[in-house]
Design a protein around this ligand. Sequence first.
Ligand SMILES: Nc1nc2c(ncn2[C@@H]2O[C@H](COP(=O)(O)OP(=O)(O)O)[C@@H](O)[C@H]2O)c(=O)[nH]1
Ligand SMILES: [Mg+2]
Length: 310
Amino acid sequence: MSFFEKLKSGLSKTRENFTDRIGDLVGLGASIDDDFLDELEMILLAGDVGVKTTTKLIEAVRKAAKDRTIKNTQEVLPFLKKTVTDLLHDDGQRMRIASRPTVVLVVGVNGVGKTTTIGKLANYYHLFNYKVMLAAGDTFRAAAAEQLKIWGERAQCEVIAHEEGADPAAVVFDAMKAAIARKVDLLFIDTAGRLHNKANLMNELGKIDRIIKREIPEAPQETLLVLDATTGQNAITQAKVFLETAHVTGVVLTKLDGTAKGGVVIAIKEELGLPVKWIGIGEGQMDFRPFEPDKFVEALFETKDAPQEA
Ligand SMILES: Nc1nc2c(ncn2[C@@H]2O[C@H](COP(=O)(O)OP(=O)(O)O)[C@@H](O)[C@H]2O)c(=O)[nH]1
Ligand SMILES: [Mg+2]
């Protein structure tokens, strides 16, 4: 299966719940009136696109209909497709790997897929011949470091880890020293997500940040917030807490495979002002790609009865 096929199959539930329903609505042949827009709004909200983004999209359709940019309901889907693609475009999409080492801090709540994401990132950059190092900053469970070591072996990169219960800041300190000494291109730092409250989280991330900056003042160059797509709009709520505690530069949206809540991608950009940089569409090492708005929208909006576009 090509990656696009895989993306399409991963997004199939979202498509059924979202694009196909829009397709059905459009198929009814009604004009673009208030009833039509209400229905469309319901579908977008049910697709986890979020209130703010949905309102924006509905207003765009209303205006386009008024301007006669779109003349009938059949033109609504292509119009939405283009509007969503435009919304998702962001110059900051790509990860910047300018200086050596580029430090990438990975944050997010427990279970969203941080460690898996780091493993996939390590593999991805290893394939492009970058020298990668991993830091096991989640010291709450021995299993967390073990999991990271397995990923590290697969990607043939060094993993800096301490024993269970160690201070994450100490792991980060060692990793920073090692990354500089061994001239690695990329250092990915895993963190624990099981922090009970915001004060705790701020404290922990603040400490890690100070340790990193002591070695490299402009690092971490990237702070990736990992969000689980299956949680839909809750992911947005979670993200807001992290935005208050860390300088997040982008989002990794995991578990897009097998969820109907893929519309949350659109909400992330609009409601959080953050680019989605990577997406996870499975548990395997290759089930991971840079987020490309065009391809994503193409996969999302390919309806069962829409003609194939060249
Ligand atoms: N289906 C699917 N599962 C994923 C994806 N990313 C991570 N997982 C699974 O989610 C679970 C939690 O992942 P983990 O990396 O340990 O989360 P962490 O607690 O944030 O480090 C594991 O079972 C992973 O295999 C994904 O893109 N798709
Ligand atoms: Mg983990």
